[in-house]
Design a protein around this ligand. Structure first.
Ligand SMILES: Nc1ncnc2c1ncn2[C@@H]1O[C@H](COP(=O)(O)OP(=O)(O)OP(=O)(O)O)[C@@H](O)[C@H]1O
Length: 260
């Protein structure tokens, strides 16, 4: 379970996220979408204990991440947008380190299984500093999933993955949610979000433009009422942004037209 309640983050006079609320129950895969700078990573960083909320609350598995950080952090796996690995450890040493910290039962068998799954078995004894970006990303995904966390928090998972790995990861996230866990991901891939997410929030400049299931978003944007039932998330997404742009254009001193 993830709960974000009236979460705001301000940097000086700039509001990165403005009173955002949503919750994700067990068994659901929830997508956080939005343009560059919308506030997705800021929200994720608050949820994993890296960015302190200016106001509001964030909790994971029933634990406030900022009041009871240790117990909250023991309940989730986190895949950041840029993998952070110790370059002087091998892939296998990295996984043993995580397995030890998180007390993973039958760790060696699990590690073998995961390395095999991502075609990393031949590289398990190589230093991670020699890994390609995609290999680093795969190892980071394994570190998050190895302890089978009840909550998985993922920031831009597909960057650098080949198409085969991207499909594996998509299936893993879906299966993790279907097994009764909670999954939150941010992505710029609208086809990915449409394919796997049960519910979505679309953010723009820290504010919610739309929220709900695909059907909720279609009706919110009038794509069903307009007779385009079954419309894609891409169309819904751009309609939400266009509406926001039109509203912003009404505000004095605001122009979102391209420079001449
Ligand atoms: N440490 C920081 N100091 C100042 N401003 C920040 C900081 N971190 C983020 N911001 C600002 O907060 C806003 C939201 O940034 P954030 O990284 O959450 O966006 P995002 O939705 O993840 O974007 P992208 O899709 O480009 O990764 C941006 O305007 C950004 O400049």
């Amino acid at each position: 379970m993830i709960e974000v309640s009236s979460f705001s983050k301000r940097y000086g006079r700039h509001t990165a996220v403005d009173a955002l609320s949503f919750s994700v129950p067990p068994g659901q895969l929830f997508g956080l979408l939005g343009s560059n700078g919308a506030g997705k990573t800021t929200t994720i960083r608050a949820l994993v204990g890296l960015t302190r909320p200016s106001s509001g609350h964030v909790s994971v598995n029933g634990h406030d991440v900022w009041k009871t950080p240790v117990v909250a952090k023991s309940s989730f796996g986190y895949i950041p947008d840029r993998p952070h690995l110790y370059g002087k450890l091998t892939g296998r040493e990295t996984l043993r380190f995580v397995a030890g910290l998180r007390k993973v039962p039958d760790a060696e068998t699990e590690i073998d299984r995961w390395l095999e799954y991502f075609r990393l078995s031949d590289f398990g004894n190589e230093l991670t500093e020699t890994y390609s970006h995609g290999m680093r990303q795969k190892l980071t995904i394994i570190t998050a999933l190895l302890p089978r966390p009840p909550v998985l928090i993922v920031d831009e998972p597909m960057v650098g993955l080949d198409p085969h790995a991207a499909r594996q990861v998509r299936e893993l996230f879906r299966a993790h949610a279907d097994a009764g866990n909670t999954v939150l991901l941010t992505t710029h891939s609208l086809p990915l979000a449409e394919a796997v997410c049960d519910r979505l929030v679309v953010l723009d400049r820290g504010r919610v433009l739309g929220a709900g299931s695909m059907d909720d978003l279609r009706s919110q944007t009038g794509t069903v009422k307009g007779g385009v039932s079954g419309d894609s998330l891409e169309r819904v997404f751009f309609r939400l942004l266009d509406e926001e742009r039109a509203r912003a254009e009404q505000e004095p001193g605001t122009s979102l037209r391209p420079p001449a």
